[in-house]
Design a protein around this ligand. Structure first.
Ligand SMILES: [Zn+2]
Length: 208
């Protein structure tokens, strides 16, 4: 269905301020010492199905960059904290209004100085708006998968802001300020090779 890609008009929009997600217990199968840990606080009460679709996208994007990522709800308080742990808040509609954000903005990353922690917000109501537009472009995409698609790419993008040494956007890949939803749907949105190196370096430094 290449016509969808050619005609791609729906984009994912991110806030430049550069600050994501999601699911079931795979903690025992991932060595959290070597993984980026993302602690999810779901204030928007998203369905677990959506969170899991999103997590699949996040894991694929980071795996392609050579990095393990653990995205979980309800993580314990660690006795021995992981080297890199971010907090991802899935924020409800009222926060979008209170922060006077537009309906296009999907996320925000707030980095700390050391880059080994930090907090990101994803605006769930705006994810839903983008998801509805995505379904107009890809008719066989059901609502929950569309929400997971948008959410997952938004999470990968914001976590990228938390990890990468520069806070700006890229001209291609997942760190673009706008991502084609059809490119995302076909699994073509990823970190660039250079970004992959920078992320692995950041993780290595955190582990030293
Ligand atoms: Zn951004």
């Amino acid at each position: 269905m290449t016509n969808y890609r050619r005609n791609a008009s729906t984009v994912l929009l991110f806030w430049m301020a550069g600050g994501h997600l999601c699911g079931l217990a795979e903690a025992e199968t991932i060595n959290s010492d070597r993984a980026i840990v993302v602690r999810v606080e779901d204030k928007a009460d998203l369905p677990l199905e959506v969170l899991n679709f999103a997590r699949n996208h996040v894991e694929r994007i980071f795996t392609e960059a050579g990095v393990q990522i653990l995205v979980e709800l309800d993580l314990p308080t660690w006795s021995d904290p992981p080297a890199v742990e971010f907090t991802l808040v899935l924020a409800p509609e009222n926060l979008v209004r209170e922060m006077s954000l537009g309906q296009q903005v999907l996320g925000l990353a707030l980095r700390d100085d050391g880059r080994n922690s930090g907090r990101a917000y994803i605006f769930a109501s705006n994810v839903d708006r983008h998801a509805e537009r995505a379904r107009g472009e890809i008719p066989y995409l059901n609502r929950e998968r569309a929400r997971g698609l948008i959410l997952g790419h938004a999470v990968a993008h914001e976590v990228g802001h938390l990890l990468l040494p520069t806070s700006g956007h890229a001209s291609n890949g997942v760190m673009q300020p706008e991502i084609s939803v059809t490119e995302a749907f076909y699994g073509h949105v990823r970190f660039t090779p250079e970004e992959g190196i920078a992320i692995r370096d950041a993780l290595d430094r955190a582990l030293e």
